[in-house]
Design a protein. Structure first.
Length: 459
């Protein structure tokens, strides 16, 4: 049986099932058997060998490969617009230029602050205290040597010895004072080094802050020239919001490209009131974050289908599908499953579904002509062929019913109904594969099964 997951799909499928059942009734030359005056007739058909395919129907939306909205990096005016709506552009192409005196003023101020930070905080000057100490020691040694030479020239031994004793005492006193001075110098040097380190760290932090402010201001000015981060088709303003298709839907739940840079939108902003065009013309005022242009990459369209949890385990990458669009009556498109999401989404009808992403191929109209190229956001129905079997034992889908938690069919043997428990395989829209419990050629009840009892005569 064909599986569907919306009231509209079920309604669309019902006439096909009825037609198929009538066809099966005619082709198998079934007979009507009277089951008593108070019981309506039942209809029989024969199990037969057929090829059968199982198809899952799921609602879907056409998606673009990527989309990027370029926003104004600062308050200003739209100085120039170098593309037209609907024009195809290449990655890196200049699309528009925003004039922002405030952004350029911030850049000048940031540059001045950076220059000042680099000049400031070059350390604390203390003089060469160690070098001065060494000079003093040298002069003192020379003075003591000269005093000794002078004392040695005195002929009076007693006086000479007394003078030499005084020189030695003075030298010892100087040595003690020199040691104290040396400790003081080292102490001062340690204090000055600590002060220099603190001042240096502070200056480094100030320079880093000034550099970051300058880089940000320069990036903002550079971003006043809006370039296409991706190739695609240009449209004015941002993506629709408030009841329309949002950007996430256009991308099939994906994300914006990671390399949009300063032109990337930073958050959701309220658009213009209803009835007002959101396109910004040349000379128009823009505020920081306002959407100026959107580029949509339609080079490879896809589909985002919502598959019910009861069917998603049958879906795998590589499966083929046919697609019908609400916007193109009579056209059929080809598609291939690319991936199946691991995490579920909540269905609008309260159930659990999983998003299946497909690559959308070309389409054909009924007469074989090429179908028009869809646009992102269009509604579609995806028919996923999940299983198939060739030369399988099959019965009409209406023959299978549930009894005691198992699938079963009524098999007519020697004119009497016998309930047979069966194992169902591939479930096609009209036929169901029976793996065991029924053989080709067996007669089964295909209509009125709910009014048949075990052992009842059926002719």
């Amino acid at each position: 049986m064909r599986r569907t997951h919306s009231p509209r799909l079920r309604a669309a499928t019902r006439p096909r099932l009825l037609t198929a059942l009538l066809a099966v009734t005619v082709l198998t030359s079934t007979t009507a058997a009277s089951c008593g005056e108070d019981k309506p007739d039942v209809t029989l058909a024969s199990a037969a060998k057929n090829a059968v395919a199982e198809v899952i129907d799921a609602p879907a939306t056409v998606t673009a490969r990527a989309a990027a909205t370029l926003t104004a990096p600062a308050d200003g005016t739209l100085a120039s617009l170098r593309v037209q709506p609907g024009q195809r552009v290449k990655r890196g192409q200049i699309l528009a230029v925003v004039d922002s005196p405030s952004a350029r003023q911030r850049l000048r101020q940031a540059k001045e602050a950076l220059t000042a930070a680099k000049r400031a905080g070059r350390g604390v000057g203390t003089g060469d205290l160690s070098g001065s100490r060494r000079g003093t020691d040298k002069a003192a040694d020379e003075a003591f040597d000269a005093a000794r030479d002078a004392a040695d020239k005195i002929a009076d031994k007693q006086l000479r010895d007394a003078l030499l004793a005084q020189v030695t005492s003075a030298q010892k006193q100087y040595a003690a004072a020199a040691r104290s001075a040396d400790r003081a110098v080292r102490s001062v040097q340690r204090g000055v080094a600590g002060l220099n380190s603190a001042v240096g760290a502070l200056s480094s932090a100030q320079r880093l802050q000034a550099q970051q402010a300058y880089d940000l201001a320069k990036a903002t000015v550079d971003a006043l020239t809006l370039r296409a981060p991706i190739g695609g088709v240009v449209q004015p303003g941002g993506t629709p919001s408030g009841g329309g298709t949002d950007l996430a839907a256009l991308l099939g739940g994906g994300q914006l490209p990671a390399d949009l840079g300063p032109s990337a939108p930073t958050g959701s902003r309220a658009g213009p009131p209803p009835g007002v065009d959101d396109a910004i013309g040349v000379g128009g005022r823009v505020t920081a974050g306002a959407a100026v242009l959107t580029i949509v990459d339609t080079g490879a369209l896809g589909l985002a289908a919502e598959v019910d949890e009861t069917d998603v385990l049958l879906v795998r990458p590589g499966l083929t599908a046919t697609v019908e669009l609400d916007a193109v009556t009579g056209a059929t498109y080809e598609a291939t499953v690319r991936s199946v999401d691991v995490l579920p989404t909540s269905s609008a009808r309260g159930g659990v579904t999983y998003r299946v992403r497909l690559a959308l191929g070309a389409g054909k109209l009924g007469e074989g002509a090429a179908a028009p190229t869809p646009r992102p956001g269009m509604n579609a129905i995806v028919h996923l062929q999940v299983r198939e079997a060739a030369d399988a034992v099959t019965v009409p889908a209406s023959a299978v019913f549930s009894a005691d938690g198992r699938d079963a069919v009524w098999v007519v043997r020697d004119g009497k109904a016998d309930r047979a428990t069966v194992t169902v395989g591939v479930q096609g829209p009209d036929l169901v594969q029976i793996l065991d419990g029924v053989q080709a050629g067996d007669r089964v009840v295909v209509r009125g099964a709910d009014r048949v009892t075990d052992g009842q005569e059926v002719r």
